[in-house]
Design a binder for this molecule. Structure first.
Ligand SMILES: O=C(O)c1ccccc1N[C@@H]1O[C@H](COP(=O)(O)O)[C@@H](O)[C@H]1O
Length: 244
């Protein structure tokens, strides 16, 4: 019999200009600031998080970097970290993996430099995830400002390249508290046998329970951002909600 796993939760700590922020639909200038990223990450760790989804937004937008700060955050955490934003070449990949994070999440590179991503997957296996950030089924890169191809064609290519897992974000839901795109998650799970991490739109414990229903289809985890910062529920409540 196949063992069914509990949905993993990954509280998000997105960093811009040294601060933890939440954007709405990834739009520059839409941010709400939540202070010190390390304090935020440690608070989620204390509340029981097993993972932190840590994003360098300035690097994702190509307008700077919070690399040293994010390395410090990873170094001070005991929990697993999924690190992303601006990881697009050997130097940024080695620096990211060298922080001790459990895995990195590649976005733009998977759209623009598929040969390099194939080689990164061959070298680092499941320490590489690919972020499939979409509007409809059109992928978005470079801080979600540039279109980067069709979701299912790209997914088929990455599957063939051995990609271990996908972090699927509905850009139009991200930071909106509008509820997750369950149809998108189902469609991606139907198209790949690799685990999927859901991202974008979680607003309530009911949303998390709805995502947890998709675990048998291949959804492994869910990123939770705005809802936690806006105190729609606590992380303890969220972990309890997906534990059954
Ligand atoms: O998380 C966001 O709010 C976000 C907004 C705008 C752009 C990217 C965003 N997040 C994550 O950044 C990485 C992709 O970075 P890159 O393209 O590899 O440089 C990915 O995890 C996005 O989900």
């Amino acid at each position: 019999m196949t063992e069914t796993h509990r949905l993993e939760l990954l509280p998000a700590v997105d960093v811009a200009d040294g601060q933890a922020v939440r954007l709405v639909k990834g739009e520059a200038g839409s941010e709400t600031s939540y202070g010190d990223p390390l304090a935020a990450a440690l608070a989620w760790q204390s509340a029981g998080a097993e993972w932190i989804h840590l994003v360098d937004l300035d690097a994702a937008f190509g307008k700077g970097s919070n690399r040293a700060l994010l390395a410090e955050v990873v170094g001070k955490l005991d929990v697993k970290v999924e690190l992303s934003g601006g990881i697009r070449d050997d130097a940024s990949l080695e620096a990211a993996l060298g922080t001790g994070c459990r895995r990195v999440n590649l976005g733009t590179a998977a759209l623009e430099t598929p040969d390099w991503v194939r080689s990164a997957i061959a070298r680092h296996g499941d320490r590489i995830a690919v972020g499939l950030d979409v509007r409809g089924t059109t992928l978005a890169g470079r801080g979600w400002t540039r279109e980067g191809g069709e979701l299912f064609e790209t997914l088929a290519r990455l599957d063939a390249d051995g990609c271990a897992r996908y972090v699927v974000t509905d850009v139009n839901k991200d930071g909106t508290l509008a509820g997750p795109n369950l149809r998108l998650l189902r469609d991606v799970c139907a198209a790949t046998d690799r685990p999927v991490v859901a991202s974008g739109g979680v607003s309530s414990l009911a949303d998390l329970r709805a995502i947890a229903e998709l675990v048998p289809l291949g959804v492994e985890g869910s990123i939770v951002g705005k809802a936690l910062y806006a105190q729609a529920f606590t992380l303890e409540e969220a972990l309890e909600a997906v534990s059954r």
